[in-house]
Design a protein around this ligand. Structure first.
Ligand SMILES: C[S@@+](CC[C@H](N)C(=O)[O-])C[C@H]1O[C@@H](n2cnc3c(N)ncnc32)[C@H](O)[C@@H]1O
Length: 281
């Protein structure tokens, strides 16, 4: 049987992704010499509510000027936004070679290569020094991670003392099965939905303190409903998350939306801080 990492990479793989995006921009009459983040915004953040929710999280966490690692960075939209709007020095890591290559080229295209770096690698074996980052950020990635303890232990290792961990994830409610395909998995074998309380107990075990969390489900449902109606009425847009989700885009959105509405899964964001160990003088 194929190892999980390979299956995940296959799930997300879209051949010639960068060229595909470029061709779509041309069809939309975008001048390729002056492409901005706004021109690619419909495709570059692969989570419910895109840049809007990323911006909200960055504001709440107050992460200006941070050295930031985005784990499972996709094609790099969140890193570019955090570099551009919050002056962060960002590194994104992703298991998909195609996504990492696309992320680097998109950063070049919009003039953000100097503040964004993208590396191909596995979240379970981060190629970074201990305490290297002020902030670790991850959105809709933990759903593909089976070994949660290893995932959060690696984050803990690379996060500096007093560092912040920011997440935005899909969690399960109860134990009812969700329907597939979903944006992160065509079938259950690469989907590892967990209760946020379980994750919280792992994070406490790792030694972190929860600063805040927000249930994002209602806002997510509103956006997914709009997206689903648009797909039903007008089909797929020229440039949108359909470029990443492929032929089953509509089914993936419908299953995610229904899972949220039926209460089988929910969306939550939050911030944890590393516990500061005070030594007696
Ligand atoms: C739903 S996408 C979200 C992408 C990005 N976080 C965003 O919000 O735009 C999930 C991403 O996690 C990546 N991923 C899944 N498992 C991973 C692992 N073990 N190590 C690194 N990246 C992983 C996938 O390749 C994919 O790019």
């Amino acid at each position: 049987m194929e190892i999980i990492g390979t299956q995940i990479e296959k799930h997300y793989h879209q051949p010639n992704l960068y060229n595909d995006i470029i061709n779509r921009l041309k069809e939309l009459d975008v001048d390729l010499n002056t492409v901005t983040r706004k021109d690619i915004a419909a495709v570059d953040e692969f989570h419910v509510r895109g840049v809007e929710v990323s911006r909200e999280l960055a504001k709440i966490a107050n992460i200006n000027n941070a050295r930031l690692l985005d784990i499972g960075c996709g094609i790099g939209g969140p890193c570019r936004m955090l570099a551009d709007e919050f002056n962060c020095d960002t590194v994104g890591i992703d298991i998909s070679k195609e996504y990492v290559a696309t992320a680097s080229k998109l950063s070049e295209l919009v003039g953000l290569s100097h503040r964004t770096k993208f590396i191909n690698g596995d979240a379970l074996n981060l190629p970074f020094q201990n305490n290297e980052f002020d902030v670790v950020w991850t959105q809709h990635v933990q759903v593909n991670i089976n070994d949660k303890l290893k995932f959060y232990s690696e984050i803990d290792r690379v996060l500096s003392r007093n560092g912040a961990f920011i997440y935005y994830e899909v969690f399960k409610n109860g134990n009812e099965e969700v329907n597939y395909p979903l944006p992160w998995a065509d079938e259950s074998k690469i989907s590892f939905l967990e209760h946020s309380s379980k994750i919280d107990s792992i994070l406490q075990q790792v030694g972190w303190v929860k600063k805040q969390s927000t249930n994002q489900t209602e806002n997510g449902i509103k956006v997914l409903e709009k997206m689903h109606n648009r797909l039903s009425k007008r089909g797929v847009p020229r440039l949108g998350l359909n470029v990443l989700m492929g032929a089953s885009t509509k089914d993936k959105i419908a299953n995610l939306l229904n899972g949220l509405k039926e209460g089988k899964i929910y969306l939550e964001s939050g911030i944890y801080n590393k516990k500061v160990v005070c030594k007696d003088i």
